[in-house]
Design a protein around this ligand. Structure first.
Ligand code: AMP
Length: 462
């Protein structure tokens, strides 16, 4: 499997080994409900891990939770609640949302507040090695001391100084782009009494303290949204490589593109977001997963009603094909009229080729449609065994993408209506038969008259 490495700007091979591949993905800052932009990033990594594991890669998947941070403190003050309790509430909500989205591959979640001793130790190491210094409001990382600062984002230190989003301000700093490692206590803020003094961690240090604790100073893959490349991931490289003297800190950097709304990043701070909860009030989790997979993980895409509709139609199409195949599989009239083996073999090859080429899920999905679209009008000409083979193939591939349809048999009432309709049709009572078709439709079922007999399917079920 090859992955695009943002550090080298090349696709690089992910080697299998007996030891697990160590993956770390930045978790959310928990001051509000997670939105579908977060959903995009976490679904993409979840699917990547599921797929890689299914192909024999052992993967340990670690994710932090930023549960102490300026944004959390600000929101808590606005709401008149404690910052830590606000963070707890939204951590729980995030886990709940991830469960609903079927994000099941994370091995370990690590909230920053549970790793204060590790954070303090890493800051002390940076001070001892001459990379960190103390001023009136905390400890800072001196970016001019780390000669390779900017190697991930391809910025010089000077350029880095221009982009100071989420890099802390203080006139006493040695360089404008220096970022805070430890913030001294201010009234009303959560704090810990430590050897560094009473205070709380800066944003970037939690990730390297956590990853060093679980993985040591070097590991295989680091992931997150593209917004984190600078300064967050740049700061992580500086911290860990400065602290350990070993490089590279991480071998492969994977960055997801944004989920956009009107061409702007969906984000909590811009307020243009749709929470996962609100999305799930209208649509199923499967639709969001499928929508995410219809786009390459590195490409940005706009969330619109049209894209949702397209995703819905695609899924409906897949589900209907599977239901038709099941019907054929159980029909005694089904007979083989043409061969499909070579088409399945080609789709199989295209599917894996796409997935192994930088996890190209849209191409992989396209391989499935390339197989089923030309067959749609000829499905009834397949034998039961062929239908079974095709259906198994599709189910397996969809499982690899984390897509499982929940199907339930039609209720007795619908099956009885269908039998009565058949009887009426047999007696040439077509007007009455059509009345029963309408009744079935009101129950949410569509009847399709096929060469193998009437096929009943649930009209809207995803
Ligand atoms: P945050 O809570 O803002 O720190 O974000 C947590 C993770 O979600 C990071 O990896 C972000 O890059 C990612 N993320 C946030 N917003 C979006 C978005 N609109 N599209 C894709 N990923 C996002």
């Amino acid at each position: 499997m090859f992955l695009y490495n943002t550090l080298t700007n090349r696709k690089e091979e992910l080697q299998k080994s007996r030891k697990p591949i160590k993956l770390f993905v930045c978790g959310p800052t928990v001051y509000d409900y997670s939105h579908i932009g977060h959903g995009r990033t976490y679904i993409a990594f979840d699917t990547f891990v599921r797929y890689a594991r299914s192909q024999g890669y052992k993967i340990s998947y670690l994710q932090n939770i930023t549960d102490v941070d300026d944004k959390i403190i600000k929101r808590a003050a606005e709401k008149g609640v404690s910052a830590l309790s606000l963070a707890r509430t939204f951590t729980r909500a995030h886990f709940d949302d991830m469960k609903k989205l079927g994000v099941i591959s994370v091995t370990k979640y690590a909230p920053a507040t549970k790793f204060i001793p590790q954070i303090v130790k890493q800051v002390e190491t940076l001070v001892a090695r001459g990379y960190a210094y103390k001023i009136s409001d905390g400890y800072y990382f001196d970016i001019s001391k780390f000669k390779e600062y900017g190697k991930l984002s391809k910025r010089t230190v000077l350029q880095a100084e221009d982009a100071i989003s989420r890099v802390d301000e203080n006139a006493e700093k040695r360089n404008k782009g220096d970022f805070c490692l430890w913030k001294f206590y201010k009234p009303g803020e959560p704090s810990w009494n430590t050897r560094l003094g009473k205070g709380r961690p800066g944003w970037h240090i939690e990730d390297t303290a956590i990853s060093e604790h679980f993985y040591g100073p070097q590991y295989d893959i680091h992931g997150g949204g593209i917004d984190l490349k600078f300064p967050h991931h740049e700061a992580e490289i500086a911290q860990q490589e400065a602290a350990s003297g070993k490089k590279p800190f991480v071998r492969i950097w994977m960055h997801t593109g944004f989920l956009l709304i009107n061409n702007e990043k969906m984000s909590k701070s811009l307020g243009n977001f749709l929470t996962i909860r609100d999305f799930l009030k209208k649509h199923s989790a499967l639709i969001l997963r499928y929508l995410v997979l219809l786009h390459h993980y590195r490409s940005p895409f706009n969330y619109t009603e049209t894209t949702i509709e397209q995703a819905e139609n695609g899924l409906q199409n897949l589900r209907l094909t599977l239901e038709r195949l099941r019907f054929i599989e159980h029909s005694s009239k089904a007979k083989k009229s043409f061969e499909i083996k070579e088409f399945i073999t080609a789709a199989d090859r295209d599917f894996y080729r796409a997935m192994d080429d930088d996890f190209n899920t849209p191409e992989a999905v396209a391989a499935l449609f390339k197989l089923i679209t030309p067959l749609q009008n000829k499905l009834w000409l397949l034998s039961g065994a062929q239908a079974k083979e095709l259906s198994r193939f599709l189910l397996k591939k969809l499982e690899l993408l984390g897509i499982a349809f929940i199907t339930s048999p039609a209720p007795l009432k619908a099956r009885t209506l269908l039998k009565q309709r058949e009887k009426l049709r047999g007696n040439q009572q077509f007007i009455q038969a059509d009345g029963l078709r309408k009744k079935l439709s009101a129950l949410g079922f569509t009847v399709e008259d096929t060469p193998l007999g009437p096929f009943l399917w649930r009209t809207n079920q995803i």
